[in-house]
Design a protein around this ligand. Structure first.
Ligand code: NDP
Ligand code: 2IT
Length: 449
């Protein structure tokens, strides 16, 4: 690493000492942008990196609410408005007990680059809370969301900052958040949140978009290497929004999904996962993946051990980590390579550790990087915002075609950056460089702000 990169990274580590996920995300980007810094010497004089790693604004707040037993609970809320360089702050909200400032900052940082790759005018942000929606009644979730929005509303707006879903935040939560925002503002400002239901201003295909987009990217990446999805076996971690619609599109493309998981364990069904049943368990009953066995008693179920996802012990051609960060560690990568994995597609944000990615690449496994491969969700959020602005709806097919074209373009940008800088099939570095270049140029044009 050159001196400039080294100094910036050393400073980031010193200033954010208790934020391992944020440091990890910054390290991954900085480790891959050296070739472009060698060409653009002015980036150092303009302190481009120093400005890119410092969020424009961090908001942290108390979220008090009353549970069904009348007890007052206090959670912590966050919104990190990382960059408004190329559009209003944009990115999801995560409700999960593990949420802390480091996790929200890493997600906000990743979001800047991902959003730049979409080619659409959206900046980068992330937010959330350590609130755990699991086991809560609808009324409790509603009261939490109303309290969260009672503070958040003053920081967002359809031209300012546009939150959406992420882990633990789906259609139900977005509905409650939107209702409270509208009540406080006393106005219908549809574009202030995305992931809305279609009946009050949402976009068709937004729910499917991240998972579908991941498969469009995977198809393009495989095609560039003379391969395809037809007849391939796939394992997918998670069984939430991204995982379910990745499984749906993979099946439509002729592949066979054989395993899915949640935080408690993983199921393996050699006959192919029964996705209607997974949707019933997860989207309707909000149950555990283990309940799959009540219908398919011949499927295998393996419980999770601390810090270990059993799903990576199953054999398949392609792995799609769609649950959470640091899901595939070096030991998992070794197991997957030993069992003959051909490609990995990151549906979640930073699901592979950096050493796992390096191990895959050294062993000829193609890696579709999260910032590019899961950008279909936020891209379709931007399409939802544009429909809100023109007060119009596109059909499902229209949105899906736009999404498909965006994913093809994103893959081509990653490939072209990898070609330009002689990186072979390292699309992880290709994605970082392509996004970084756009952002650095925009920063140059806008002066010191
Ligand atoms: P959901 O809440 O719908 O689903 C999350 C899934 O991952 C669940 O099956 C959950 O299991 C599992 N999971 C979550 N945390 C853990 C954990 N600590 N250990 C093991 N399993 C876990 O979230 P999404 O599907 O929306 O998000 C999944 C990933 O995709 C996240 O990394 C998110 O940032 C990323 N992403 C999401 C986008 C979107 O549009 N929704 C867009 C781009 C990326 P359990 O129910 O047991 O907790
Ligand atoms: O990580 C992500 O890109 C998301 N959770 C979706 C963000 C969005 O604004 O749609």
């Amino acid at each position: 690493m050159n001196n400039y990169l080294n100094n910036v990274l050393t400073n980031v580590k010193a200033k954010n000492i208790n934020e391992p996920e944020f440091i990890q995300a910054v390290n991954e980007v900085l480790s891959s942008v050296e070739p472009i810094l060698d060409v653009h010497k002015d980036y150092e004089d303009l302190s481009i990196l120093e400005r890119m790693v410092e969020p424009e604004r961090i908001i942290m707040f108390r979220v008090p609410w009353v549970d069904d037993n009348g007890k007052i609970i206090v959670n912590r809320g966050y919104r990190v408005q990382f960059s408004s360089l190329i559009g209003p702050y944009k990115g999801g909200l995560r409700f999960h007990p593990s949420v802390n400032l480091s996790i929200i900052k890493f997600l906000g940082f990743e979001q800047i680059f991902k959003n730049a790759l979409t080619g659409l005018p959206i900046g980068g942000a992330k937010g959330g809370s350590d609130f755990d929606p699991k086991g809560k009644s609808d009324a409790e979730v509603m009261r939490f969301c109303q309290s969260f929005m009672t503070e958040l509303y003053r920081h967002i707006g359809q031209d300012v900052d546009v939150p959406a879903g992420d882990i633990g935040v789906g259609g139900r939560e977005i509905g409650y958040l939107f209702g409270q925002y509208k009540r406080i503002r006393d106005a219908y400002e549809g574009g202030v949140l995305t992931g809305k239901d279609i009946c009050y201003g949402g976009s068709l295909a937004r729910k499917e978009a991240t998972g579908y987009g991941l498969l469009f990217y995977m198809r393009e990446m495989l095609a560039a290497h003379g391969k395809n999805l037809e007849g391939k076996s796939i394992i997918i971690s998670g069984s939430g929004n991204v995982a379910i619609y990745a499984a749906e599109k993979a099946t439509q493309m002729g592949a066979k999904v054989v395993a899915m998981s949640d935080s408690n364990g993983a199921i393996f069904d050699k006959n192919g996962i029964d996705l209607d049943l997974v949707k019933q368990i997860k989207e309707v009953e909000r149950g555990r993946i283990k309940e799959y066995l009540r219908v398919h008693s011949d499927a295998l179920y393996t419980e999770s051990a601390p810090d270990c996802s059993p799903i990576w012990g199953y054999r398949a051609d392609i792995a799609l980590p769609c649950a959470t960060q640091n899901d595939i560690k070096l030991e998992d990568a070794k197991k997957l390579v030993a069992s003959g994995i051909m490609a990995v597609g990151e549906g979640a944000n930073m699901p592979c550790t950096y050493d796992a990615i390096e191990y895959f690449q050294k062993n000829g496994v193609l890696v579709a990087p999260a910032k590019a491969a899961n950008a279909g969700g936020v891209a379709t959020s931007a399409i939802e915002m544009s429909q809100n602005s023109i007060r119009y709806y596109y059909t499902f097919e229209e949105v899906e075609r736009k999404l498909e074209n965006i994913m093809i373009n994103i893959f081509n940008e990653c490939k072209s950056a990898a070609n330009t800088y002689n990186l072979g099939s390292n699309y992880v570095a290709g994605a970082n460089i392509a996004a970084f270049k756009k952002l650095a140029e925009a920063m140059k044009m806008q002066g010191v702000v």
